[in-house]
Design a protein around this ligand. Sequence first.
Ligand code: ARG
Length: 459
Amino acid sequence: SNNPLWGGRFNEKPSSVFLEFSQSISFDWRLYSQDIRGSIAHARMLEKIGIINATESEEIQKGLTEILQEIEQGQFSWSTELEDIHMNIESALIKKTKAGLKLHTARSRNDQIATTMRLWLKEEVQKILTLLSRLQAVLVSWAEDNLDVVIPGYTHLQRAQPVCLSHQILAYVEMLERDKERFQECYKHADVLVLGSGALAGSTLPLDREYVARLLGFEKIAENSMDAVSDRDFVLDFLYGASTLGVHLSRFAEDMTLWSTSEWGFLELPDSFSSGSSLMPNKKNPDCFELLRGKSARLISNLTRLSILLRSLPLTYNRDMQEDKEPLFDSADTVELCLEMLIAVVPNLKIKKHRCMHQSQDPLLYATDIADWLVEKQVPFREAHHKVGELVGYCQKNSLLLSAVPESILETIHPELPKQWKTFFDPQKSLERKKTLGSPNPDFVRKRIQFWKEKLKKF
Ligand code: ARG
């Protein structure tokens, strides 16, 4: 039989290969509750403007509510022949009530799908924002538990200067805060009612769009019907937010992977989140972090995939746009999965404090502090830098620790240097000497932890 929803002008029924090729119900079924919400609001508006009467409106709303329950109880059967979520639901409604024949008045699947996706994404963003805050909260308490731990900080993956381990953990909390802002921006762009735009050119019927916007909780109303049905920027925003989050999580994963090696030895992974080797009995691998790093590839590529999909589409709706959903769902699912995994694993990460303290006693980490001290003694910085650099070179050549340079040599740099010398190499003291806001001075780090705890106290 011809399609009951658009088959009027067709003489042949769709080929079964084409049906399989063009169906989206296998993945867009998950939009059902938002699609039904949108339809109920549309029906109430049609009633308000007198296109359908109160009884018809009642029957439509009752039918849609029943369909919602059937889907939720797993009693609804999806049909590939009906292509997508919209036609599956509308056909089921028409079977329940003849009033259903009036529901699609002044509506196209083009404005319908855009509305449905916006409703779905607004809910999804709220979920992700909560997960991000929960992840921040577990990171902050991890940082607090390890406030006394000093580690070497790295640049170029070479030891650079000592930092509080907490300072490095809190760096990720800052990143996650910006990630939240990106998702909030996406929410703002999704929060626009596009229903009422029709296929592309609005309607000759006097739709009350303000009323629909109020019913569905949209902040704004799309001002251009052609833009409204073509626009997927809000999905790109989401995928960009997810991609950047993926980059951050992957960098965290990389840090944790390094920290858990024998070479670093800062971190003991929980058995419950690691895997062994089927061959080597000695192995304990950081699979949770490797997979986290791996999953960022999906998040990054989904953004690319949608950008490529959209870039050459003429206005307005094109069927290509149906391909927007799988990258969206994949990124949303992946983000949720990654965040849930991290929220579970972080409280089980154990810092090996002794090892960290031992590593932070490498005297070379304090070379910059020595140069700074010389600056306070009026030595020009470039000169101070050079002098300390020469000392480091001298130590390398003579297999000597920087802390063990003889007084006679130190004296030639500055007369007060010998008696000062030993005080430079205390990790805690070095950090306490930091004066700049945002530095790993333990006082600042403690304050920032308090700031985050206050801000995240609901999580
Ligand atoms: N399933 C379609 C999609 O996701 C809905 C819109 C279809 N519109 C159309 N004119 N065929 O894009």
